[in-house]
Structures are given as structure tokens and as C-alpha cells.
Design a protein around this ligand. Structure first.
Ligand code: XUL
Ligand code: CO
Length: 431
């Protein structure tokens, strides 16, 4: 034991606890016929919890962690403490980028050796810890070599370097039994059209993604390949803007049955959508995969990556997820970081425990809303007109024939209330 977390005991479900505990998240509670842990599939994000120094655009590092440094000794200590935290949180999953877990080497080969040493450590730790890998991913955005993109970079050598990096990270994810592999195109986009060949860049991204899918099948990786949409930040115009944009891209390259989406709440907000909209659309298009459950600050307009703390919002998101049948390979990843003044090791534990509780409350509310069926009954009534054979037939008739169905001498159809406030009042009964 490193004593970093002052020997905190693993958290348990204890609504009356004095200190940090789960007050709403009971992993073994059965909801809709399944354990909560198996529904929610929580994951800890390695980067924010163990690699992020606490900087903001106006100030640098605020956190002091014994593993901060660029040596392999630091990386090994970081891995030890990460698994200590996973145990304290009883976390079923974690997620990582290559750059979170190993120091950058002087060459690709050295970075690869560093990376493999740590993923081997993960593999042996996973033999006697419960935590599994929800997804692995490659960081193709932090190092300056990626400043003009990865697959969309004008420099073909960066395209190749990116391919080699993704291959390495997919191999590791596969070897560790990861359930998904994520591609977030942090710098796949542009700052100015004046130096950008949009047609060529998007074509290269399509070719790149095809290679990723081919490789997945070649190595027999059974996990899902997920794209994480985001509209901007760091680039001004990001190609994977939102779920709808990603779907158009997948269709264009024939990958809509191969690739799904990892939807992040904060990214949905940046794109001008609600989280539940993005989830509902992904379900409608058949590409829902997983979620990053971290919110933005609504005033600042930045990707502030805060732990979830708004039960009604979370409830509506899980409602859509449950309506779509729940997670299969996906889960609830906390791609969230502490506020930079939250210096203490216990802040990390409290942040995750609180987030798990917020999700549990929202999830239970969502399950109850679905089980009681009031909202779905209302929705059913609203579309009931389409249940008649005459109405349904219209969909296959041509425009002129449909036009003939109008009673041209009558007063015309009468509008009906959308009952929004009544529906909001129903939701409020649960949250
Ligand atoms: C950045 C972001 C990433 C992805 C993984 O906004 O969300 O952490 O989740 O690269
Ligand atoms: Co994310």
C-alpha cells in the first residue's frame, strides 16, 4: 500500500455513513431485473485522475502527486495508486490513453517499450483486482507533432505515426480484454480554411477509420469501435461535430454498421444539444455505444469536465439509454476532473463517490419512469393517429394520392396540446 489515500477502506453502500460512502449507489441492488453495477458500468478515467496537473489557461500545476514526473518509476507508482483507487471505489472499469500511463520516449520504439511495460503491469494487476478495461484509446492530440491533426494531418508521416499509435493501443486494448476502443478526434478539424483542404482531410479520416475497422477484424477484437463527437475545442471546427455529423461520415465511408459513438455530456452541450438528444438520436440511428458522464459549466462555455451533479439531467440521459435497451459493451465513464483547488487525495475519492451517487439517483428515477410507463403512454397517445391502417398506408403512397385524402371542404385538422408542462410535472415526480 502506498498510503496515498490515507488507507481509506473500500467504500460501501451506507446511507447513514458519516464520511465518504455510497448513499444511493448500491452495486447489488436489483433494478429492472439487473444489478445496478451491471447497468451503470462505471469507469474511472486515468488521464484526469492521475495525469492531469490541475492547470487552467491562466495557471499551471496545482496538484502535487508523488508520481508526477517523466520516469518509468513514476509511471509504475501511478499504476499502483490507480489500482488502489479502483479498489477503494469498487470500480468495475477504467479507461486510458497511451500518453496517460507512460512517459514519452525519445523515439517511437522507446515510447512503445514504456507503454508495453505498463500495460503488462495492468494485465498482472487485473488478475487479482476486479477492475476491467472499458476502453483504451490513443492520445493523438497533446504532443506537438499532432498540432495539425492525426489522420487528417497534411503531413503523411503523421498519418503513419498515428496509424502505428492506434495499432499499438488497439493491440493493448485487445490484450487487456477491453470492451471498446475509442477514437476522439481532438485535432481532426481545422483552425482556418485558408490553409486547409477540407475534402482531402475528411477523405483521409475516412480511409483511416476503414483501416481501424479492418484491423479490428484481423486481430479478432470483439469490442466496439467508438467515435467520440465534439464540435470544437481544441480545433475551431472539429470534423466529428455531433452524433448526426458522425453518422453522415460513417454512411459516407460505409461504416455505419461497424462504428458507434461514445457520447459525452459536455460535448453535447458544446454542440448546442442536450445530452439526452444526442443519446436518443444515436439510438434512433442504431449507433449508440457508450457515454462520458461529465458536464460543462453552462456559463463559461468551456469543456470544464466536471463530475455530474445534476440528478434531473442525469435521469433524462439514463431514461433514453434504458429506452434503447441499456448498455451492452458501453458504460458510464467519468471523463471528469477535480476543480483545481481540490488538492487532497480524498477529493478524488469523494468526487467519484458523489458522481456514482448522482448517477444512481438519476438511473433509479429513469428506471421508475420507464417502469410506470406514464411518459410512454403520453407519447403513445400523441402518435395514436398513425396506428390506423389508413394513416400508415399514406407512407407508401405517392404525393398526389396523399393530397387527395384531404377533406377540402371541411374546417381542416384541429391542433392538439403538446402537454409539455404536464410531462415535465410527471418527470418531477421522480427526480
Ligand atoms: C476530450 C475528451 C477525451 C476523450 C478521449 O474532450 O473527452 O478525453 O474522451 O480521448
Ligand atoms: Co470524453
Amino acid at each position: 500500500m502506498s498510503h496515498f489515500f490515507s488507507d481509506l477502506a473500500p467504500l460501501t453502500f451506507d446511507p447513514n455513513a458519516d464520511g465518504i460512502a455510497f448513499r444511493h449507489y448500491n452495486p447489488d441492488e436489483i433494478v429492472l431485473g439487473k444489478r445496478m453495477e451491471d447497468h451503470l458500468r462505471f469507469a474511472v478515467a486515468y488521464w484526469h485522475s492521475f495525469a492531469w496537473p490541475g492547470g487552467d489557461p491562466f495557471g499551471g500545476q496545482t496538484f502535487e502527486r508523488p508520481w508526477f514526473g517523466e520516469t518509468m518509476k513514476d509511471a509504475r507508482l501511478k499504476a499502483d495508486i490507480a489500482f488502489e483507487m479502483f479498489d477503494i471505489l469498487n470500480a468495475p472499469f477504467f479507461c486510458f490513453h497511451d500518453a496517460d500511463i507512460r512517459p514519452e520516449g525519445a523515439s517511437f520504439a522507446e515510447s512503445e517499450r514504456n507503454f508495453r511495460e505498463i500495460t503488462d503491469i495492468f494485465a498482472s494487476k487485473m488478475e487479482n483486482h476486479k477492475t476491467r478495461l472499458l476502453w483504451g484509446t490513443a492520445n493523438l492530440f497533446s504532443n506537438r507533432r499532432f498540432m495539425s491533426g492525426a489522420a487528417s494531418n497534411p503531413d503523411p508521416e503523421i498519418f503513419a505515426w498515428s496509424a502505428a499509435t492506434v495499432k499499438l493501443c488497439m493491440d493493448a486494448t485487445h490484450a487487456l480484454g477491453g470492451e471498446n476502443y475509442v477514437l476522439w478526434g481532438g485535432r481532426e478539424g481545422y483552425e482556418t480554411l485558408l490553409n486547409t483542404d477540407l475534402a482531402q482531410e475528411t477523405e483521409h479520416m475516412g480511409r483511416f477509420l476503414n483501416k481501424v475497422v479492418e484491423y479490428k477484424h484481423k486481430i479478432g477484437f470483439k469490442g466496439a469501435i467508438l467515435i467520440e463527437p465534439k464540435p470544437q475545442e481544441p480545433t475551431k471546427h472539429q470534423y466529428d461535430y455531433d452524433v448526426a455529423t458522425v453518422y453522415g461520415f460513417l454512411k459516407r465511408y460505409g461504416l455505419e454498421n461497424e462504428v458507434q459513438v461514445n457520447i459525452e455530456q459536455g460535448h453535447a452541450i458544446l454542440a448546442g444539444h442536450s445530452f439526452e438528444h444526442e443519446i436518443a438520436l444515436a439510438n434512433t440511428l442504431g449507433i449508440f455505444g457508450s457515454i462520458d458522464m461529465n458536464r460543462n459549466d453552462y456559463q463559461s462555455g468551456w469543456d470544464t469536465d466536471q463530475f455530474p451533479n445534476n440528478v434531473p439531467e442525469v435521469a433524462l440521459a439514463y431514461y433514453e439509454i434504458l429506452k434503447g435497451g441499456g448498455f451492452t459493451k458501453g458504460g458510464t465513464n467519468f471523463d471528469a476532473k477535480l476543480r483545481r483547488q481540490s488538492l487532497d487525495p480524498n477529493d478524488l475519492i469523494a468526487a467519484h463517490a458523489g458522481a456514482m451517487d448522482v448517477c444512481a439517483r438519476g438511473f433509479k428515477a429513469a428506471a421508475a419512469m420507464l417502469e410506470d410507463g406514464l411518459l410512454e403512454a403520453e407519447r403513445g397517445k400523441r402518435y395514436a393517429g398513425w396506428k390506423t391502417p389508413e394513416a400508415a398506408k399514406m407512407l407508401s403512397m405517392d404525393l398526389e394520392s396523399v393530397a387527395k385524402l384531404v377533406d377540402v371542404d371541411g374546417p381542416g385538422p384541429q391542433p392538439r396540446s403538446g402537454r409539455q408542462e404536464i410531462l415535465e410535472n410527471i418527470v418531477n415526480r421522480y427526480v
